[in-house]
Design a protein around this ligand. Structure first.
Ligand code: NAD
Ligand code: DAU
Length: 348
């Protein structure tokens, strides 16, 4: 067994689906089911005994300890987090509660469990912490890409909370010897991403005939990675990563937001002819403190673990659009009252 936290979210659900497609090893999935958690993403596993879903908080030490003792996982993969930068700007507290305090509690539960293990169970145990490139701050146009040695300079409450959790993970290794691995990935996209993030928001709005809100001048750059490639990188790190190391993961696919939204509109124009989707683009007020550019130098994971993305940005984006076009029920299901309130408040 492995214990996955946050497995009902975007990347976690893709990770579990990919994991169970490739392995007979079961997964315990601990997820609080916040607005971002959605069991419909895991509907195909409803009758699969290899997937054990538990609704709960990573900060609930009693629950986590019980799960560790009951299932004896050989690894914890920690996806659970508050993940949306805009929400962190409007309400940072939940980000500190889960990303910092929740990670602290999870680390303590893992440490207590791991210290009681012996032999191969102890030496083989891993705590894989899934983090972000946003901890490195923002790049100028000519700066070299982020790598594992780039100093932390988080700019948003979200990024600061993730940086805080990363420091805790590092310290738990240095001080207690907990066998940790940390990854720093660039922007993911693909199926099952909640439509508050750029790509699914634009697809959902475009299909509904709503405006496509581009922040500021639309020239901010992100380095996009298809979610399936992030999942394969995490499997490689878990299998072969060196304990205590960090790994930067990215797609080598830098895009300006406006270019990306236009590319999306072109795919939609082809799939749903009759509407000029780009005419729905509207420039709106910028995000406060908006990071200008992210880019990842993924040389280390390529060299040490032989990982490379399988998807190009063009193929990945087309697959993503096709998934949303084929999954209208999923889109309807996640647009809860809470979602509509967020959209109304944020884009008012
Ligand atoms: P998401 O918001 O889609 O999913 C987060 C999941 O965590 C949800 O299912 C939610 O219910 C759950 N959760 C939240 N608080 C919890 C708690 N206290 N206890 C248990 N479960 C809790 O996020 P995502 O985009 O899938 O990101 C997953 C992880 O990957 C996060 O740690 C994020 O920082 C990191 N990451 C994301 C990206 C990206 O582009 N999305 C890139 C790099 C790293
Ligand atoms: O870099 C990794 C990070 O990528 C992850 O750690 C975060 O969890 C994830 O949310 C993502 O953060 P971003 O802030 O880069 O993603 P988001 O989709 O919110 O925005 C992408 C870019 O698009 C960013 O420059 C802001 C812009 N944007 C976003 C929204 C929601 C818009 O122009 N309009 C929008 O409506």
């Amino acid at each position: 067994m492995i214990l996955v936290t946050g497995g009902a979210g975007f990347i976690g659900s893709n990770f579990i689906l990919d994991w169970l497609a490739a392995s007979s090893e079961g997964v315990v999935n601990l997820d609080k089911l916040t607005y971002a958690g959605n069991l419909a993403s895991l509907a195909t596993l409803a009758r699969d005994p290899r997937h054990v879903f538990v609704r709960g908080d990573i900060g609930d030490a009693a629950l986590v300890s019980t799960l560790l003792e009951r299932h004896r996982p050989r690894a914890i993969v920690n996806f659970a987090a508050e993940s949306h930068v805009d929400r962190s700007i409007r309400g940072p507290r939940a980000f500190i509660d889960t990303n910092v305090v929740g990670t602290l509690e999870l680390l303590e539960s893992a440490r207590t469990w791991w210290q009681g293990l012996a032999g191969g169970e102890r030496t083989g145990f891993r705590f894989l912490h899934v983090s972000t490139d946003e901890v490195y701050g923002s790049l100028a146009p000519a700066d070299p890409a982020f790598s594992e040695s780039t100093p932390f300079a988080p700019n948003s409450p979200y990024a600061a909370s993730k940086a805080g959790s990363d420091h805790l993970v590092r310290a738990w290794h240095h001080t207690y010897g907990l066998p940790v691995l940390t990854t720093h990935c660039s922007n993911n996209y693909g199926p099952r991403q909640f439509p508050e993030k750029l790509i699914p928001l634009m697809i959902v709005n475009a299909l509904a005939g709503r405006r496509l809100p581009v922040y500021g001048d639309g020239q901010n750059v992100r380095d996009w990675l298809y979610v399936g490639d992030h999942c394969s990188a995490l499997r490689a790190v878990l299998a072969r990563g060196r304990v205590g190391e960090t790994y930067a993961i990215g797609g080598g696919a830098e895009m300006r937001n406006l270019d990306l939204v236009r590319a999306l509109c072109r795919i939609l124009d082809a799939r749903r002819p009759g509407r000029d989707h780009a005419a729905q683009i509207e420039f709106v007020a910028d995000r406060p403190g908006h990071d200008r550019r992210y880019a990842i130098d993924a040389t280390k994971i390529e060299r040490e673990l032989g990982w490379k993305p399988a998807e190009t940005f063009e193929t990945g984006l087309a697959r993503t659009v096709d998934w949303y076009l084929a999954n209208g029920d999923w889109i309807d299901g996640v647009q809860s009252d809470e979602y509509r309130r967020w959209i109304d408040l944020h884009y008012a």
